[in-house]
Structure formats: structure tokens, C-alpha cells
Design a protein around this ligand. Sequence first.
Ligand code: CAA
Length: 389
Amino acid sequence: MAQDELFSLTEEHRMIRQAARDFAQKEIAPIAAEFDETGDFPQATIKKMGEMGFMGIEIPEAYGGAGMDTLAYVLALEEICKVDASHGTIMSVNNSLYGYALLMFGTEEQKQRYLPPVASGECVGAYSLTEPMSGSDAGTMRSRAERVGDEYVINGRKSWVTSGPVARYILLFTMTDASKAHRGISAFIVDADLPGFGRGKKEPKLGIRASATSEIVFEDYRLPAANRLGEEGDGFKIAMAVLDAGRIGIAAQSLGIAEAAFEASVEYAREREAFGQKIGQFQGVGFKLADMKTRIEAARLLVYNAALAKQRSKQSGGRFTLEASMAKLFASETANFVADEAVQIHGGMGYSKELPVERYFRDARITEIYEGTSEIQRLVIARNITGLK
Ligand code: CAA
């Protein structure tokens, strides 16, 4: 493939992509529709993904991960999402929100203790920033952590936590000094097995239904100060830096959904007949396929480019905010465009649960909302271009 050469994919990259493709076909494809229908959490396949190394692709082997690079992560995630975006969401939050945060900001002790169980798939990691009254305006949270001796006492309610109903370890952002606004936010590694931690009701969702989402609740929850990630007051910057990595994951997820919807459409256009010919012979359908393919390939360039920018940042220490937001914005809008056109090309069959196209359409919608809406991505991109706020 031309992109393989353009992005200098190594043998290792091709191998993990193939391994993810094979795994998704063999283990996830047969159960995806059923788990979408029931909304059950796919515990068994997630555990197997951990055993395959997919839950900690960039985590060094010393901490139980696969020790590979960001491009490897993106290639594997794209393949998983091409079959089922729900599995992809769980994988993405585990890798590029929880795992990346600990790798970048954790102490040696925190990495040794809190990375291996999550990288191996033994348990699932989560990231919790949002609150019922604090979404896009992430600096306005109401939950609190108060320092008492060598512990913090945490109270409050967080919402829309991906893997919230099942996660053992959660990266929590909460206010330690409300008088300092966003500079008063700190980050903590929360253990869900400690007293005072509760899980709220599971959200009934339009798409990515097998990825469980819920509120989490803290009532006089006591956490050792050693579980703080970074310094007091560093939380907002950690949250933003980590979201840059997470947004590349959602961009890869979007690419996977778009490819699945596109390939189904090509197949259908070649087979389905109307008015005495294959529907793909009609210009109206052919032009749709042309636009879908063109946007997918443009999205791919942005997504892989963002992965390389993140890789470079490991050496330079620089940010990759712009590349990540552009990739997330364009890829998520592409996923929605392509999935919508795929339904249209399939006609009634696109609206039926007998084919996965309607699932792609529902799953695509969240990619323009979570880890920063399209509006937030445009705001981040504009601020990066102008340097103005
Ligand atoms: N990396 C590092 N630091 C960053 C940064 C980045 N990418 N972006 C901003 N900062 C720093 C700034 O330099 C600034 O530092 P100072 O305090 O030293 O000045 C500080 O953070 C505050 O920055 P802003 O003034 O730009 O902050 P803001 O209040 O204007 O907000 C925003 C900026 C882009 C709107 C931000 O609030 C944002 O990204 N909002 C969306 C939140 C989001 O994506 N939520 C999704 C949560 S996760 C989820 O979806 C659920 C799940 O489970 C996956």
C-alpha cells in the first residue's frame, strides 16, 4: 500500500496490524452485534486483547506492555474499530488516556504498581474529567479533594466515565484548591476497590453500546497522597496533555468506522441491482463512493501524521496538540459522513439491524462528541494558529 511506504511502516507495524485484523475477525466479529444489542461489557474479549498486547501497546515491556510506538497503536486500534468501535473505545481509553498519563507523569513506583495490571488486560483503566455541570468547560469542576495528613479525602460526582462500571483504576481530576480555578485542579490514581467509591447508573447510549459508561461517586473516599499524579495544581495541564494523545485514538477509531462503512458500501454497490444494472453503475452512487474514499484517505494522512508527531514529541518534549485536534476533527466528521452515505447507499437494508451498517452509523456519532467536541477541536486549532485566546 502507498501509505505503508509514505509512513515507512516497519515489519513490526505490519505484524501488529495483521494481528489486530485477524483477532478482530476471529474473536470480535462474531459477537459484536449481540453485545451492541445487550449493552453487556465484553469482558472475555477485552481480557484476550490484554493477552495479545493490545491494551498497552505503547507501554514499555518493563511495565507489562508491548513496548511499541504510536503508529503501531493507531494501526491496531483502526483494525479493532473497523469491526467494533465499542471494543475500540475500551482499548483507546486504556492505552492513550490512562496508560499514557501514567507513563508521562507517573513516578517509577506508580508506573510499576498501576501499569502492569491494566496493560495486561487483568483489569481496565479509565479517565475521569467530566462532571454533570462541567463538560467542554473542563476547568469548572465541583468535586473536591482535601488534604488530611498524608491522605486526600475526595467528595463529588463525575460523569460520562468510559469503562466507569468496570474499571479498577481511574485517573481522576478534581479540585484541591477551588480559589485557583483551573490551576487548583490535581490528578489522582483512584483505586475503585477502596471504601467510599461508588458507581452510578450505566448510561443507556445510542452507539458504542458495549463500552460501558457511567457516573462515579466519591463519598469521603480516602486516598494516600502517594496516589497523586504530578504536583498539586498540575491536574488541568495533565488532563489537556493526555487528551491530546487520546484524541489521536479517537481519530484512529473514526478511521476504522469509516473504512468499515465504506467497504460494506462498495460491496453492496457491486451486487445490488436496480433499473437493470448494478447500483454502483449509477453516477449518483459512484460519486458518493468517490467522496467517501477521498475523505477516508485524507483522514488517514492526518491520523498517521498525528501519530508521528506524538512519536517525535517523545524526543523533543514538544506538544502535538494541533496535529491531534486536526486529525480528530477531520476523521470524526469523515466517519459520520461516510456512515451516513453508507446507510443511504444501502437504502432500507442500511436501516436494518440485519446488517452492521446501522451500527456503524450509530457508533460514528460519539466520535464528534467525546474527548472534545468538534467545536472544541476547532477552538483548539484556531487558538494554535493565531496564538490568540
Ligand atoms: N497541553 C498542555 N497544557 C495545556 C494544553 C495542552 N494541550 N491545553 C491547554 N493547556 C494549558 C494552558 O497552557 C494553560 O496553562 P496556564 O494555566 O499556565 O495558563 C492552561 O492549560 C489552561 O488553558 P486554557 O486557558 O486554554 O483553558 P480553557 O479553560 O480555555 O480550556 C479547552 C481550553 C480547550 C476548551 C479545554 O477546556 C478542553 O479541551 N475542553 C474539552 C474537554 C474534553 O475534551 N472533555 C472530554 C473528557 S474525556 C471523555 O470524553 C470521556 C471519556 O471517558 C473518554
